[in-house]
Design a protein around this ligand. Structure first.
Ligand code: PRP
Length: 211
């Protein structure tokens, strides 16, 4: 039997994912060691492999078939636009993609002004402003701490993930518009879905039972 390979987005989601998988008997002892610098983990008995990758790389591994299955946030799926099947909403990692800024920016959004939008998600931001709102904006790509941008005057608004809202609150910013809801999703390589239909189907149906 060939190995079935899972790519998991590093960080908060990976831990939750392994907790969920444990509920359906999919475990990986090697992965429990928090100190390890190992990149790939094996469950020989079940013929499974797991690896952790930067979230935006997970869809890449899955599209090319280097991983059969991936677990990653809907934000990353939308942003990366890779060819693969999105098969399950895993229900955790719930948050929202929002347009945020100071209260004073609300007017700028209403009047279709040419504003600057800072974001880690340029494709999502472009799609929202150009295709949904029909507003021309300048999109500025950042790599983190996006909330800084309107505070220091880099942009009028941001497009970013809001979970509890406390980062916004502590920085005097507000949700001005909601773009879409987000959560962790399971994605599958298109060829693996056919070649490993039985094993992947079984995993999916067991996950559906516990979700
Ligand atoms: C995310 C997001 C917000 C924050 C939202 O950032 O970009 O900054 O979490 O969470 P909250 O609504 O619960 O405050 P993350 O911690 O991933 O870091 P980054 O901005 O540097 O990417």
């Amino acid at each position: 039997m060939r190995y079935l390979t899972f790519a998991l987005g590093k960080g908060r989601l990976a831990k939750k994912t392994m907790e969920l998988f444990a509920q359906i008997g999919i475990t990986c002892e090697e992965m429990q060691d928090a100190q390890t610098r190992k990149l790939i983990f094996v469950n020989e008995e079940l013929k499974l492999k797991f690896f952790l990758a930067k979230a935006p790389d997970v869809p890449t591994y899955v599209e090319y078939g280097a991983a059969d299955i991936g677990v990653v946030g809907k934000d990353t799926i939308l942003e990366e636009g890779r060819r693969m099947y999105e098969v399950l909403d895993l229900g955790y990692g719930k948050c929202k993609m929002c347009v945020c800024g100071p209260e004073s920016a609300r007017e700028l959004l209403k009047h279709q002004e040419l504003i600057r939008v800072a974001t880690k998600y340029p494709h999502i931001a472009k799609d929202y402003f150009y295709n949904q709102k029909h507003q021309t904006v300048e999109i500025i790509k950042l790599n983190g701490s996006i909330e800084l941008a309107p505070i220091v005057g880099l942009s009028e608004v941001i497009v970013d993930i809001v979970e509890t809202g406390s980062t916004l609150k502590e920085n005097g910013l507000k949700v001005l518009e909601e773009v879409c809801p987000l959560s962790a999703r399971m994605v599958v390589n298109q060829v693996s879905m056919k070649m490993e239909n039985e094993r992947i189907g079984k995993i999916m149906s067991r996950l559906k039972e516990v979700l």
